[in-house]
Design a binder for this molecule. Structure first.
Ligand SMILES: Cc1cc2nc3c(=O)[nH]c(=O)nc-3n(C[C@H](O)[C@H](O)[C@H](O)COP(=O)(O)OP(=O)(O)OC[C@H]3O[C@@H](n4cnc5c(N)ncnc54)[C@H](O)[C@@H]3O)c2cc1C
Length: 426
C-alpha cells in the first residue's frame, strides 16, 4: 500500500475515532482542559451519539438506547453543569421490577447481602424444587465471588438460568448491581439518573458544542505508525488524517481492527459483543392499566425469546405526567433474525401481548437495532486490556469505551473517556 506523505494530509494534534458518548466526552473534555489543542472526531456513521440516541414515537422523543447512568462522578457533574443540563437530571425512584417466568409475573424476593434465601426462591415460584433452589443459590454465590464489587450482570443471570434455575434472578444485592436504580429500598442512595426528555440529550448537546470538530461519514479502517505520529487510513488505504495522538472510542472489536499492528488487537477483537433491538410502543392513552407499581419486567421465559426485558420508560424516573404509556421491549438479535423495523415491531408486539395476557392497543411505535450491544468483557479480559492499554498510552494511543470497565456501560464509557484525556493532557 503506498501512502501519501503525511505532510499532504490534514493533520490534528489529537484525533478521536468514534463519536459515541466516549468519543464526544473525550473531545469535549480535551477542549476544556487544553483549548489550544487541534482536535478532530472522525465518525463512521451519519450522526453522533452511538448507542445514545432518541427516537420519535408519535410526537414524543424517547431513548432508544441507554436510558440511565449509574452514579455521578465529580467530572461528570462538572460537565453536565457546563452543558447546562444539570436542571434536567432526574433520579430513578419507582420501585419494582418483576420477572415473567413460569407463565406469570413474579415479584422479587427480599434480598439480603448474603444472597437470596432458598425458601424465598421456592416460595415465590422461581424454581420448582429444593434442588433447583439450592443450585440457583450456588450459582449466584459463585457469580458474586467472581464479580466482587461489580454486582451481577445480565449475562451472569443468563448463566444462572442455564445452570437450572428459572427464571433469571435479578440481584440488586449490591449497590452497583445490574440496575440499582430499580431498588425499591428508600434507604439506599440514589444511583441511577437520566435526563428528563431523554438521556441521549447528553450526546446531542455535546455534538452541538463540538460542532465542526466532528466529521461524520468518516470511517477509519486502520491506524498506522508514521514518523512520530499516526496516520489514519480508510478501507481503500487512503490517508484521512495525520495525528500526534489518537483516542480510539469505538466498540472493542472495531478498535481491535484499527490497531491490528498492536498486541492489544487480539484482546480487543476477542471481546464478545452482541446486537440488540429495542422497540418502543406508545399505547392508547389510559387504556392499559400496565402494572402500575412496576418499572420493568425481566423476561426469564425461554418461550418468549428473543424478548429479554420490558421497561415502562417514564416510570423509571419522576417525570410527572409525561408518556405514561411508553413501553420499551428489548430483544436480543440472533444471526437469523429479520431485523427490518416491521419484523422487529411485530415480534415485540406479539411477545408483549403474551406477557400482558392481551394484545395492547398500539398507537405509535419505533424500532432501533444496535449492532454493537452491551459489551460482555470478562474480568480477565478487562485486566488484560488495562495492561495492554498502559503500553499503548506510551505510544500516544488511548482507548476510551465502555468495555474498559464494568458493569454499567454508559458510566464506564464516560469514565474511560476522562481517563484517556487525563493521560493525554497530563
Ligand atoms: C439498547 C441499549 C440500552 C442500553 N442501556 C444502558 C443503560 O441504561 N445504562 C448504561 O449504563 N448503559 C446502557 N447501554 C450501554 C451504553 O449505551 C454503551 O455502553 C455506551 O453508549 C457506549 O458508548 P461508546 O461511546 O463507548 O460506544 P458506541 O456508543 O458504540 O459509539 C461508538 C461510535 O464509534 C463509531 N465507529 C465505529 N466504528 C468506527 C470506525 N471504524 N471509524 C469511525 N467511527 C466508528 C460508531 O458509529 C459509534 O458512533 C445500553 C446499550 C444499548 C445498545
Amino acid at each position: 500500500m503506498s501512502l501519501p506523505p503525511s505532510r499532504c494530509v490534514p493533520s490534528s494534534d489529537v484525533v478521536v475515532i468514534g463519536a459515541g458518548i466516549s468519543g464526544l466526552c473525550a473531545a469535549y473534555a480535551m477542549r476544556r482542559a487544553a483549548p489550544d489543542l487541534k482536535v478532530a472526531v472522525l465518525e463512521a456513521g451519519g450522526a453522533a451519539g452511538g448507542n445514545l440516541r432518541r427516537v420519535a414515537v408519535g410526537e414524543s422523543f424517547v431513548d432508544a438506547g441507554a436510558q440511565t447512568v449509574n452514579g455521578l462522578s465529580p467530572e461528570l457533574e462538572d460537565m453536565l453543569r457546563s452543558l447546562g443540563l444539570e436542571s434536567l437530571m432526574t433520579w430513578s425512584s419507582k420501585p419494582e421490577v418483576r420477572i415473567y417466568a413460569r407463565g406469570r409475573l413474579r415479584g422479587l424476593p427480599r434480598w439480603s447481602h448474603d444472597g437470596p434465601m432458598a425458601r424465598d426462591i421456592l416460595r415465590l415460584g422461581y424454581v420448582s424444587g429444593p434442588t433447583a433452589a439450592l443450585g440457583a443459590i450456588r450459582s449466584l454465590r459463585a457469580a458474586f465471588s467472581r464479580e466482587a464489587g461489580g454486582g451481577i450482570s445480565a449475562d451472569t443471570l443468563r448463566s444462572v438460568v442455564r445452570a437450572g434455575a428459572e427464571p433469571s434472578l435479578l440481584a440488586p444485592l449490591r449497590e452497583s448491581s445490574y440496575d440499582p436504580g430499580i431498588s425499591g429500598d428508600p434507604t439506599r442512595r440514589r444511583q441511577a439518573w437520566g435526563l428528563s426528555g431523554g438521556t441521549a440529550q447528553l450526546a446531542e448537546r455535546l455534538e452541538r458544542e463540538l460542532g465542526p470538530v466532528i466529521e461524520t461519514g468518516s470511517p477509519v479502517a486502520k491506524v498506522l505508525r508514521e514518523g512520530q505520529g499516526r496516520l489514519l487510513v480508510d478501507a481503500r488505504g487512503e490517508a484521512l488524517r495525520y495525528a500526534d495522538s489518537v483516542i480510539c472510542a469505538t466498540p472493542a472489536p472495531v478498535a481491535g481492527g484499527l490497531l491490528a499492528d498492536h498486541s492489544v488487537s487480539e484482546v480487543l477483537t476477542g471481546i464478545p459483543y452482541r446486537a440488540s433491538a429495542t422497540v418502543t410502543f406508545r399505547l392508547a392513552d389510559g387504556s392499559e392499566p400496565l402494572h402500575d407499581d412496576v418499572t420493568g419486567i425481566l423476561v426469564g421465559d425461554a418461550r418468549l425469546a428473543p424478548l429479554v426485558a420490558v421497561s415502562f420508560l417514564d416510570r423509571k424516573f419522576d417525570r410527572a405526567g409525561t408518556g405514561e404509556n411508553f413501553v420499551r421491549c428489548s430483544l436480543r438479535v440472533g444471526p437469523s433474525m429479520d431485523t427490518t423495523p416491521e419484523a422487529v415491531c411485530r415480534l415485540a408486539a406479539e411477545r408483549l401481548g403474551a406477557i400482558l395476557g392481551h394484545q395492547p392497543r398500539i398507537v405509535d411505535r419505533a424500532a432501533s437495532v444496535f449492532r454493537y450491544g452491551v459489551p460482555q468483557a470478562s474480568t480477565e479480559d478487562v485486566r488484560r486490556l488495562r495492561e495492554a492499554q498502559a503500553g499503548l498510552g506510551e505510544q500516544g494511543i488511548q482507548l476510551a469505551g465502555s468495555y474498559l470497565a464494568r458493569p454499567s456501560g454508559l458510566r464506564a464509557a464516560i469514565s474511560s473517556a476522562f481517563q484517556a484525556v487525563d493521560a493525554l493532557t497530563r
